[in-house]
Design a protein around this ligand. Structure first.
Ligand SMILES: Nc1ncnc2c1ncn2[C@@H]1O[C@H](COP(=O)(O)OP(=O)(O)OP(=O)(O)O)[C@@H](O)[C@H]1O
Ligand SMILES: [Mg+2]
Length: 261
């Protein structure tokens, strides 16, 4: 049997603050199967973004390791498509250049520049950014930059995509539109996705499984399988079973949230 796409194996991580080590992640173990859609929910400040940075090789853990396709890759960069929580567009490149550069860097796409540009234009239009291809990031709103950053992550050729609150800055309708688009893309291409979100609705709507983290130091409290069949549509959001699962996850989060420091 193929190894999972991603394995996070007993990761521990502390940061130095005020001269003391603060433990942020406490023996986190989780996995994303090949072609699986997994979400991570947990209180603000629990260490979700830190975990994605560790998976992306931008930080090193104090203990434990990261495997992709069964191979230890702890600390290696460039192996995943990663959308950070704060859109990190290069201010001196246009939107089109920003969203296609990952393809150039990864060198994965042996497609012509022209084909690349066409797909980028189509997806930018899909994200409500048609007409902004030649603009620079500074003329875009925060939510528009977030959408451009999302398009870049989805255009990147890596099979594992890690998204950190990709739709956090969007209004409810745009958010639903982007979620449906992501769901459609995922159902067609089945890349492996790890999504960090504050929205329990979003986690249930999109995922096969959900991990719930406690507050600091973060531990995996429980994982939930999401039993709803695919393809999914927004009607699911109003079903009895959906509301029950949402309540279960919410209750667990509440019970494991310490008072803020
Ligand atoms: N580079 C760093 N140096 C020191 N402390 C850090 C660093 N990065 C994160 N932290 C601390 O680690 C903890 C977890 O931060 P992190 O950003 O991972 O949380 P989060 O779960 O993503 O929160 P949110 O849901 O608000 O985005 C916080 O206490 C934060 O202050
Ligand atoms: Mg975060």
């Amino acid at each position: 049997m193929a190894a999972p796409k991603l394995e996070v194996d007993r990761i521990g991580k502390s940061f130095l603050r005020d001269g003391r080590q603060h433990r942020v992640l406490d023996d986190i173990t989780l996995s994303v199967g090949q072609g699986e859609f997994v979400s991570l929910v947990g209180p603000s400040g629990s260490g979700k973004s830190t975990l994605l940075q560790l998976i992306g090789g931008l930080l090193l853990p104090d203990s434990g390791g990261i495997r992709i396709d069964g191979e230890t890759v702890t600390g290696r960069k460039g192996l995943i498509s990663y959308m950070p929580q704060q859109p990190a567009l290069f201010p001196w490149f246009t939107i089109e250049e920003n969203v296609t550069m990952a393809l150039d860097i990864a060198g994965g796409a042996k497609r012509s520049r022209q084909a690349l540009r066409e797909q980028a234009h189509e997806w930018l239009a899909r994200a409500g950014l048609g007409g902004y291809e030649r603009q620079y990031p500074r003329v875009l709103s925060g939510g528009m930059q977030q959408r451009a950053s999302f398009v870049r992550a989805m255009l990147s050729p890596q099979e594992l995509i890690c998204l950190d609150e990709p739709f956090g800055a969007l209004d409810a309708l745009t958010r639903l539109h982007m979620q449906q688009w992501l769901l459609g893309l995922w159902e067609r291409h089945r890349r492996s996705v790890l999504l960090v979100t504050h929205s329990i609705d979003e986690a249930i709507y999109l995922s096969d499984r959900i991990y719930v983290l406690s507050s600091s130091p973060a531990r995996v409290v429980r994982q939930f399988a999401v039993p709803f069949p695919r393809p999914r549509d927004e009607k699911m959001l109003h079903s009895e079973a959906f509301l029950q699962l949402k309540q279960d996850i919410y209750g667990l989060l509440k019970r494991n949230e310490d008072a803020y420091e």
